[in-house]
Unconditional design. Sequence first.
Lengths: 625, 456
Amino acid sequence: MSHVEESYDIVVVGAGHAGCEAALAAARMGLNTICFTVSMDSVALMPCNPNIGGSSKGHLVRELDALGGQMGINIDHTFIQSKMLNSSKGPAVHSLRAQADKAAYSLRMRKTMQETENLTLRQAEVTELIIENNKVCGVKTLSGATYHCKAIVICTGTYLRARCLYGDVIEHTGPNGLKAANYLTQSLLDNNVEMNRFKTGTPARIDGNSIDYSKMEPQYGDDPVIPFSFSTNREDVQIEQVPCYLTYTNEKTHEIIRANLDRSPMYSGVIEGTGPRYCPSIEDKVVRFSDKNRHQLFVEPEGLNTNEMYIGGMSSSMPEDVQYEMYRTVPGLENAKIVRNAYAIEYDCINSTQLKASLEFKEIDGLFAAGQFNGSSGYEEAAAQGLVAGINAALKLLCKEPMILDRSNSYIGVLIDDLVTKETKEPYRMMTSRAEYRLLLRQDNADIRLSKIGYEVGLLSKERYDHVVEKERLIEEEVARIKEINIGARKEVQELLESYGSIPLSNGIKLVDLIRRPELDYDKLAPIDPERPELSDEVREEVNIYIKYEGYLTRQAKQVAQFKKLESKVIPQNINYEDVSSLRLEARQKLTKLRPANIGQASRISGVSPADISVLLVYLETYKG
Amino acid sequence: MYQSDTICAIATSLNSSGIGIIRISGEDAISFADSIFRGKNKLADCETHTIQYGHIYDNEELVDEVLVLIMRGPRSYTTEDVIEIHCHGGILVLKKVLSLLVSVGCRIAEPGEFTKRAFLNGRIDLSEAESIMDLISSNSELAMKNSVKQLSGSLRDIIVDLRDKILYETAYIESALDDPEHYDLTGYPDDLKNKVDSMISRIDDLINSFNSGHILKEGINTLILGKPNAGKSSLLNTLSRRERAIVTDIPGTTRDTLEEQITINGVSLNIIDTAGIRETDDIVEKIGVDKALDSIDDADLILFVIDSSRPLDGDDEFIISKIIDKKVIILLNKSDLLSVITEEDICNKYNKPVISFSSVSLDGLKTLESTITDMFFSGQVKSDETLYITNSRQASCLVNAKNSLSNVLMSIDNMMPEDFFSIDLMDAYNFLGEITGETIEDDLANKIFSEFCMGK
């Protein structure tokens, strides 16, 4: 019996948000790439919430776009509502979120994949990794076909040994009834990969025709809309948007849930996986936050070509009859018809501390991993990792140094550093509070932070990079110009200040000091700054932020300089921590297990004290391989 | 720690030297020194390897007359810019100068940190690495042990409570930022302002307690030992000049140990009164006696009180056998009563300084005080210096925490967006954590998830 045998540079396992970015990046960087999916109809599928972005996740998408990823462009073409969250807060926490037409999103991504040179999209289940002497050689599929390759990127999402549960129903499938991948786990275990089992869940989809929207508050998008991608023209995204709706659970809902807790697989002990605390099921919310007499629900459209509505805030693994009962207690859902049941899903993933910051396994040469397989959650987290893993797989084959993003230049860096440094006990979600230098890592300046890297690895076009360089120049020039300007207590100045409720001047003042007043900003003061050049929205925004928050930005920049010093102190990988007798036992064990790449990473490992780091610094001086 | 910021420490022994030196190292060493020093020239304008004469000021208040030595890197011990301030005014002044430096941005050095920097910058031979690593790890363990030892339960409770409150507020803000449609911050800044105000006043109380030394027992550990009713508690009361111990004529009144912090001629003593030592069958009293005997090990100086109106007995002999290797001053108490023991007898017998003393007539008090200070300045008794280092580091953490919270208030007053508050709140949280020796974990994320309901 003969089997198909083919050769590629890079194999990507999975075509979800991580897999698509990984495959696109690798192919665009010139590597012959094949991407496997269990179903050609589920490319870039959004099996849970119908939106992209949100607090801190919007940052990830912006960063990914600045590096040359696809997600930002794809959502700009397929969104049906868009909002800048936290716009009344500081610029660091502004975050874009767009409702997606799920089907359109998936189709457009598939088309992009198929139109990309060097990229083959193939429906098949990868069942085995071929690894020899800890080095990647290829994969095998269920049909017995062999695909030789030099690097593999695993992006299996929630499909590994997946099972979906609600009530006493257990379906051995991936999300949406799609085929689970039941073999690859064993191949990973055979190669000494340490596995975890995580759990997550999704709410029911309700027939829109059965919903009484008059009992809910409509939620509209922004006008004007700001696009995700730095390459999208603002005019192109000013579309007609569709509303979402806000409603609430009530005591009745909670009573039903409490009365049926014993029928939930979460509480009866059937579910083995660890679920995320930040994304609790409605059962969890009712139990853990019993003092709350209602919970918010967002009713969001799944797309323009379906009437299904996603009930955000009410994910559940209750039996079908209880689901009907509880959803129907909600104002507006009294006659709700369920189209798809809510369910919990369990899946295999890895302990991500086995990875380097390049997302390559420390122990297996050429094996990369990204997305929910790494223990994260969320489309954006997955896509960001996929992009990094794809880029690094390609760079490796091109014999170039890996692209390492760090905590000081991006949320993606924070995400990956957390994943590879801290042992994640639950699906990892991005949050702005995880980024210690978040004032510098804003969504508005992602292009300035990362375009250079995207350009240098060969993903971002020269045109886009040059545009950013020019933008930076304009910002610098304008900041320098503004800093020199003094404003006298002239009549027109006083009038302008009064019109904004700002205290009039008694003496002359620097223009920057006026910009820093909370009730004023750069744009508002344009009338008293006649020399001001004509500048784009983006440039004016940066100038305003820079001037207004200069003190804080400088402070964080200093912290970053300290941070960089530690990150640059590389720890040789063949170091034997047992030789460093002054290290405390716990530190020695942790360091041996995690093998951090540099002193900075070592200092973030729990159980490693500042004194241990000092000892290590001294030891490294004497250590010459 | 392992940063390259600017550090300071008292470089000389705290105990006996007439001149005390404070050493500063790091890129801001000169500018920090300049901000508290007034001399003929700005230090920044002076040549390297020169000595400048001038004064240290706390705003307009003169602190000390000093000489300042400037050594610009790389020609210094650490190869960084180094400043040495030579003070004249004794320990209290050294502490004051150190706290001024902290207030302008210096960090108190970790154990062995100057040496570590010297080593990392290539000033010390590689062969010394092993001993430097041991120095760092043993010192930091000692410092940790000390800080745990010193943190009284109540202080620890206050700090833990403050941290918890700070974390809660930060988690609240962050939840609202992560899930703006669930949590609303309208009106929150005013609310936070009140809370931070009260946090600051609690930290102020702690700082004051630190400064007055009532919380942390630094100084020479001085143990008062003797038989029951030899007059130990009267001695403590006399030295501290107030009724602290309960003084009665009933032997065995002090059943536990009592502590008092006093200063004699600028030398701080941490005086510990103990239960009278004798053979006893009373279980409660026995516990006190054992505790007194246990304290001997940690004592820097022992005041052994003998009742001169009674002849020496087996209990006296037992005590002296326990302390024969320690620094001891023997007090012949009750000199106002008829003595049956003379100074010569005791002096010949034990070869320790002997002073006749009366806590009624205060006879011998001056001699006792001068004997103690002489022993200190001649270096015969020493206090545990790591204790002092730990203390000053903890105090500086409190000051830093307070400054961070003050920044929060300033941000509120300036109507900054709420996300700026959490940056300073977390700084305060981490500074307080350094006092209790907490390591950095994912506290905030945990708090957000456990206290606030979010998600799809």
